[in-house]
Design a protein around this ligand. Structure first.
Ligand code: ZN
Ligand code: ZN
Length: 239
Protein backbone atom coordinates (compact mmCIF):
# COMPACT_ATOMS: atom_id res chain seq x y z
CA UNK A 1 0.00 0.00 0.00
CA UNK A 2 3.00 2.26 -0.48
CA UNK A 3 1.34 4.72 -2.88
CA UNK A 4 -1.90 5.28 -0.97
CA UNK A 5 -2.28 8.32 1.25
CA UNK A 6 -1.93 7.33 4.89
CA UNK A 7 -5.55 7.87 5.91
CA UNK A 8 -6.96 5.89 2.97
CA UNK A 9 -4.51 3.07 3.58
CA UNK A 10 -5.59 3.13 7.20
CA UNK A 11 -9.26 2.88 6.31
CA UNK A 12 -8.64 0.02 3.90
CA UNK A 13 -6.69 -1.81 6.60
CA UNK A 14 -9.57 -1.22 9.02
CA UNK A 15 -11.92 -2.90 6.53
CA UNK A 16 -9.60 -5.86 6.05
CA UNK A 17 -8.61 -6.16 9.70
CA UNK A 18 -11.21 -4.42 11.85
CA UNK A 19 -9.60 -3.05 15.02
CA UNK A 20 -10.19 -5.33 18.00
CA UNK A 21 -9.38 -4.94 21.65
CA UNK A 22 -6.12 -6.88 22.27
CA UNK A 23 -7.42 -8.16 25.59
CA UNK A 24 -10.89 -9.55 24.77
CA UNK A 25 -10.81 -9.71 20.96
CA UNK A 26 -14.06 -7.75 20.56
CA UNK A 27 -14.37 -5.06 17.88
CA UNK A 28 -13.20 -1.80 19.34
CA UNK A 29 -12.34 1.29 17.30
CA UNK A 30 -10.44 2.88 20.19
CA UNK A 31 -8.17 -0.16 20.70
CA UNK A 32 -8.48 -1.21 24.33
CA UNK A 33 -12.19 -1.46 25.20
CA UNK A 34 -13.69 0.19 28.27
CA UNK A 35 -14.40 -3.13 30.02
CA UNK A 36 -10.79 -4.32 29.66
CA UNK A 37 -9.40 -0.95 30.73
CA UNK A 38 -10.99 -1.61 34.09
CA UNK A 39 -9.44 -5.07 34.30
CA UNK A 40 -5.84 -4.38 33.34
CA UNK A 41 -3.60 -3.27 36.18
CA UNK A 42 -1.46 -0.24 35.36
CA UNK A 43 1.69 -0.34 37.45
CA UNK A 44 1.83 2.57 39.86
CA UNK A 45 3.32 3.32 43.29
CA UNK A 46 4.51 1.61 45.38
CA UNK A 47 7.04 0.16 42.94
CA UNK A 48 10.72 -0.67 42.89
CA UNK A 49 12.65 2.57 42.35
CA UNK A 50 15.04 0.71 40.11
CA UNK A 51 13.20 -1.82 37.92
CA UNK A 52 9.67 -0.52 38.41
CA UNK A 53 8.14 -3.80 39.64
CA UNK A 54 5.00 -3.18 41.66
CA UNK A 55 5.52 -3.75 45.39
CA UNK A 56 3.00 -4.55 48.09
CA UNK A 57 4.88 -2.81 50.88
CA UNK A 58 4.88 0.98 50.66
CA UNK A 59 7.96 1.33 52.86
CA UNK A 60 10.08 -0.82 50.54
CA UNK A 61 12.30 1.14 48.12
CA UNK A 62 13.60 -1.73 46.01
CA UNK A 63 12.35 -5.19 45.12
CA UNK A 64 14.35 -8.07 46.59
CA UNK A 65 16.19 -8.70 43.33
CA UNK A 66 17.30 -5.10 42.82
CA UNK A 67 18.25 -4.73 46.48
CA UNK A 68 20.66 -7.65 46.01
CA UNK A 69 22.30 -7.14 42.66
CA UNK A 70 24.46 -4.59 40.92
CA UNK A 71 22.82 -3.56 37.73
CA UNK A 72 23.88 -2.17 34.36
CA UNK A 73 20.41 -0.66 34.06
CA UNK A 74 19.96 2.88 35.36
CA UNK A 75 16.19 2.62 35.68
CA UNK A 76 13.24 0.90 34.06
CA UNK A 77 9.47 0.78 34.07
CA UNK A 78 6.78 -1.69 32.98
CA UNK A 79 3.35 -0.62 31.82
CA UNK A 80 0.99 -3.34 33.06
CA UNK A 81 1.21 -6.11 35.64
CA UNK A 82 1.95 -9.43 33.89
CA UNK A 83 -1.33 -11.09 34.82
CA UNK A 84 -4.51 -11.99 33.00
CA UNK A 85 -5.64 -10.46 30.57
CA UNK A 86 -2.31 -8.72 29.86
CA UNK A 87 -0.24 -11.93 29.77
CA UNK A 88 -2.61 -13.50 27.22
CA UNK A 89 -2.56 -10.42 25.00
CA UNK A 90 1.24 -10.24 25.03
CA UNK A 91 1.36 -13.93 24.11
CA UNK A 92 -1.02 -13.48 21.16
CA UNK A 93 0.80 -10.32 20.05
CA UNK A 94 3.96 -12.39 19.76
CA UNK A 95 2.90 -15.82 18.68
CA UNK A 96 -0.41 -15.23 16.89
CA UNK A 97 0.95 -12.54 14.60
CA UNK A 98 -0.96 -9.60 16.06
CA UNK A 99 1.74 -7.12 15.19
CA UNK A 100 -0.83 -4.37 14.57
CA UNK A 101 -1.27 -4.20 18.34
CA UNK A 102 2.22 -2.71 18.55
CA UNK A 103 0.72 0.70 17.83
CA UNK A 104 -1.77 0.35 20.69
CA UNK A 105 0.90 -0.79 23.14
CA UNK A 106 3.34 1.94 22.09
CA UNK A 107 0.56 4.53 22.38
CA UNK A 108 -0.08 3.43 25.96
CA UNK A 109 3.63 3.54 26.74
CA UNK A 110 3.88 7.08 25.35
CA UNK A 111 0.81 8.20 27.30
CA UNK A 112 2.02 6.70 30.55
CA UNK A 113 5.77 7.26 30.25
CA UNK A 114 6.21 10.12 27.75
CA UNK A 115 7.20 12.45 30.60
CA UNK A 116 9.57 9.87 32.04
CA UNK A 117 11.23 9.38 28.63
CA UNK A 118 11.79 13.16 28.45
CA UNK A 119 13.14 13.24 32.03
CA UNK A 120 15.58 10.45 31.23
CA UNK A 121 16.69 12.45 28.16
CA UNK A 122 16.73 9.43 25.83
CA UNK A 123 18.87 9.74 22.68
CA UNK A 124 18.06 6.41 21.02
CA UNK A 125 15.42 3.69 21.35
CA UNK A 126 16.85 0.18 20.95
CA UNK A 127 14.64 -2.92 20.82
CA UNK A 128 15.78 -6.20 22.37
CA UNK A 129 16.68 -8.19 19.25
CA UNK A 130 15.59 -11.67 18.26
CA UNK A 131 18.01 -14.07 16.65
CA UNK A 132 17.70 -13.72 12.84
CA UNK A 133 16.38 -17.26 12.47
CA UNK A 134 13.70 -16.72 15.11
CA UNK A 135 12.69 -13.43 13.54
CA UNK A 136 12.33 -15.17 10.17
CA UNK A 137 10.23 -17.88 11.75
CA UNK A 138 7.92 -15.43 13.58
CA UNK A 139 7.92 -12.90 10.78
CA UNK A 140 8.69 -9.97 13.05
CA UNK A 141 10.34 -8.93 16.28
CA UNK A 142 7.63 -7.84 18.73
CA UNK A 143 9.99 -5.50 20.61
CA UNK A 144 11.06 -3.86 17.37
CA UNK A 145 7.43 -3.25 16.39
CA UNK A 146 6.79 -1.43 19.67
CA UNK A 147 10.11 0.45 19.50
CA UNK A 148 9.39 1.73 15.98
CA UNK A 149 5.91 2.91 16.95
CA UNK A 150 7.27 4.59 20.08
CA UNK A 151 9.90 6.28 17.94
CA UNK A 152 7.13 7.61 15.66
CA UNK A 153 5.27 8.97 18.67
CA UNK A 154 8.22 10.55 20.44
CA UNK A 155 10.46 11.58 17.54
CA UNK A 156 13.40 9.75 19.17
CA UNK A 157 15.30 7.60 16.64
CA UNK A 158 14.84 3.83 16.79
CA UNK A 159 18.05 1.89 16.15
CA UNK A 160 17.81 -1.68 14.93
CA UNK A 161 21.42 -1.73 13.69
CA UNK A 162 23.09 -1.54 17.11
CA UNK A 163 22.25 -4.59 19.20
CA UNK A 164 22.15 -8.11 17.76
CA UNK A 165 21.40 -11.56 19.08
CA UNK A 166 24.23 -13.66 17.75
CA UNK A 167 23.48 -16.90 19.55
CA UNK A 168 20.20 -18.77 19.44
CA UNK A 169 18.94 -19.15 23.00
CA UNK A 170 16.26 -21.23 24.68
CA UNK A 171 13.14 -19.12 25.45
CA UNK A 172 13.78 -17.58 28.88
CA UNK A 173 10.39 -18.59 30.27
CA UNK A 174 11.49 -22.24 30.15
CA UNK A 175 14.36 -21.60 32.58
CA UNK A 176 14.89 -20.73 36.24
CA UNK A 177 16.75 -17.56 37.34
CA UNK A 178 20.26 -19.10 37.17
CA UNK A 179 19.54 -20.81 33.88
CA UNK A 180 18.32 -17.51 32.41
CA UNK A 181 21.60 -15.71 33.02
CA UNK A 182 23.65 -18.64 31.69
CA UNK A 183 21.38 -18.92 28.66
CA UNK A 184 22.23 -15.34 27.66
CA UNK A 185 26.01 -15.79 27.94
CA UNK A 186 27.41 -14.48 24.64
CA UNK A 187 23.92 -14.04 23.23
CA UNK A 188 24.18 -10.33 22.35
CA UNK A 189 26.67 -8.32 20.35
CA UNK A 190 26.90 -4.59 19.66
CA UNK A 191 27.84 -3.29 16.23
CA UNK A 192 31.40 -1.93 16.08
CA UNK A 193 30.11 0.83 13.84
CA UNK A 194 27.82 2.18 16.57
CA UNK A 195 28.80 5.62 17.79
CA UNK A 196 27.54 4.97 21.32
CA UNK A 197 24.84 7.37 22.42
CA UNK A 198 24.68 8.85 25.90
CA UNK A 199 21.28 7.57 26.95
CA UNK A 200 19.65 4.51 25.43
CA UNK A 201 16.15 3.16 26.02
CA UNK A 202 15.77 -0.60 25.66
CA UNK A 203 12.33 -1.90 24.68
CA UNK A 204 11.13 -5.42 25.46
CA UNK A 205 7.72 -7.02 25.77
CA UNK A 206 8.01 -8.63 29.23
CA UNK A 207 10.18 -8.01 32.30
CA UNK A 208 10.34 -10.89 34.77
CA UNK A 209 13.78 -11.64 36.22
CA UNK A 210 15.33 -8.84 34.16
CA UNK A 211 18.12 -11.12 32.88
CA UNK A 212 17.57 -10.11 29.24
CA UNK A 213 17.60 -6.32 29.59
CA UNK A 214 20.41 -6.62 32.13
CA UNK A 215 22.61 -8.49 29.67
CA UNK A 216 21.74 -6.13 26.81
CA UNK A 217 22.46 -3.07 29.00
CA UNK A 218 25.83 -4.50 29.96
CA UNK A 219 26.76 -4.85 26.30
CA UNK A 220 25.64 -1.30 25.45
CA UNK A 221 27.64 0.12 28.35
CA UNK A 222 30.69 -1.88 27.37
CA UNK A 223 30.40 -0.26 23.95
CA UNK A 224 30.49 3.18 25.58
CA UNK A 225 26.86 4.05 26.27
CA UNK A 226 26.59 6.10 29.46
CA UNK A 227 23.05 5.35 30.70
CA UNK A 228 20.64 2.58 29.83
CA UNK A 229 16.94 2.60 30.70
CA UNK A 230 14.15 0.21 29.75
CA UNK A 231 10.41 0.12 29.17
CA UNK A 232 8.33 -3.03 28.79
CA UNK A 233 4.65 -3.73 28.13
CA UNK A 234 4.22 -6.08 31.06
CA UNK A 235 6.16 -6.63 34.26
CA UNK A 236 6.04 -9.22 37.02
CA UNK A 237 5.01 -8.60 40.61
CA UNK A 238 7.92 -7.54 42.79
CA UNK A 239 8.69 -9.08 46.17
ZN1 ZN B 1 -11.55 -5.63 25.66
ZN1 ZN C 1 13.44 -4.00 41.24
Amino acid sequence: MGKLPGSLAGRLLDLLYPPVCPFCGKLSSEGICAACRKKIICVSEPRCMHCGKPLRDETQEYCQTCARRRSAIDQGRGLWLHADPVSGAVYRFKYKNKRSWGRIFAGELARQYGGQIRDWGIDEIIPIPLHASRKRQRGFNQSEVIARELSDLTGIPCRTDVLFRIRKTVPQKKLGPDGRAANLQGAFAVSRRWDACGKALLIDDIYTTGATVEKAAKMLKKAGCRNVYFLTISIGQGL
